[in-house]
Design a protein around this ligand. Structure first.
Ligand SMILES: NC(=O)c1ccc[n+]([C@@H]2O[C@H](COP(=O)([O-])OP(=O)(O)OC[C@H]3O[C@@H](n4cnc5c(N)ncnc54)[C@H](OP(=O)(O)O)[C@@H]3O)[C@@H](O)[C@H]2O)c1
Length: 268
């Protein structure tokens, strides 16, 4: 599969495979947090299906983007996600990403091992309610799981712990702040944290300027819809984060075409 790099200019066509491999910095002593979204041309990241469940639109999800999503996963010490996503894995609506990736992309099987990374990144689940099925999640996800919550309700914390999930209660706010998450990444020596959660979690990270990079695939298709999500949901930012383009690639042969953009978000 060939793609056309547009920025920086002056490069010829190249293979899509490998476009994002070795792109996430590994040298920082501080955690490096990178996020990834797939968005339609009209800005949708999720819509409701005919059963009323909100999820990634079937009209934008595609294999070429999925390959790059997995290339970013391969470089992570930790994957940061939401209680909602954890529940989808627990109930079998989504498969564990690394297990699916190894089946699908044998060429990536040894990538982590060759770089001294563990077989599975730590899965960090951010949740206020802790209402995902913790035991089922443990069964569905082979790697270590840590739940982070601001929940002061001891019952839901102890039921997650009883199911074998390490559960950390942080902060004094109703929700977990980006700053609190960054402290946890630091304490645990995590260097590359891959944010695959949705718009509320992304907002918390942006509000505290603790997300360094955004990988954004824009599919050249207008999908419409009334009940939609965009990449960020939450109060207006008093200091809106600015992005600086690192690289941009046109997936010319895809149908519809799509753009793979990578932005730096905060000074690092
Ligand atoms: N197109 C894409 O690239 C893309 C990427 C990601 C997600 N999505 C889609 O976007 C939709 C929304 O995703 P999502 O529900 O996972 O994302 P979200 O809006 O970030 O998170 C929703 C849930 O995560 C927990 N949460 C998030 N931030 C938190 C915080 N700061 N503190 C405490 N808890 C927090 C809460 O869980 P509890 O309710 O458990 O307390 C909250 O209800 C989904 O349909 C998903 O498929 C699309």
């Amino acid at each position: 599969m060939a793609v056309l790099p547009l920025y920086p200019s002056g490069q010829g066509e190249r293979s899509l495979e490998g476009l994002y491999l070795d792109d996430v910095p590994n040298s920082q002593s501080d955690p490096f947090v990178y996020a990834n979204f797939l968005v339609s041309l009209d800005g949708r990241i999720a819509v409701r299906d005919e059963n009323g469940h909100k999820g990634l639109p079937r009209t934008t999800a595609n294999d070429r983007d999925w390959r790059l999503y997995i290339e970013l996963l391969m470089q992570a010490d930790a994957v940061l996600t939401t209680g909602h996503h954890a529940q989808l894995i627990a109930i079998g609506n989504q498969s564990d990403m690394m297990t699916a990736a190894h089946k699908r992309y044998p060429d990536l099987r040894n990538y982590r091992r060759a770089r001294g990374l563990s077989g599975h990144p730590i899965c960090i689940v951010v949740s206020s309610r802790l209402n995902f099925r913790a035991e089922a999640l443990k069964e569905a996800h082979p790697g270590p799981i840590v739940a982070i919550t601001a929940q002061k309700n001891g019952r839901s914390v102890s039921s997650a712990r009883n199911a074998g999930i390490e559960t950390v209660v942080v902060g004094t706010e109703a929700t977990v702040t980006g700053r609190a998450l960054m402290d946890i990444f630091r304490e645990r020596g995590l260097r590359r944290v891959y944010m695959v959660g949705g718009p509320r979690l992304f907002h918390a990270l942006l509000a505290d300027q603790v997300v360094h990079r955004l990988y954004l695939t824009t599919v050249g298709r207008v999908i419409g819809g009334d009940d939609i999500e965009t990449q960020v949901r939450g109060p207006l930012f008093t200091t809106p984060p600015d992005a600086r383009l690192r690289h941009l690639t046109l997936d010319r042969d895809a149908s519809p075409q799509q753009m793979f953009a990578c932005y730096d978000l905060a000074p690092h």
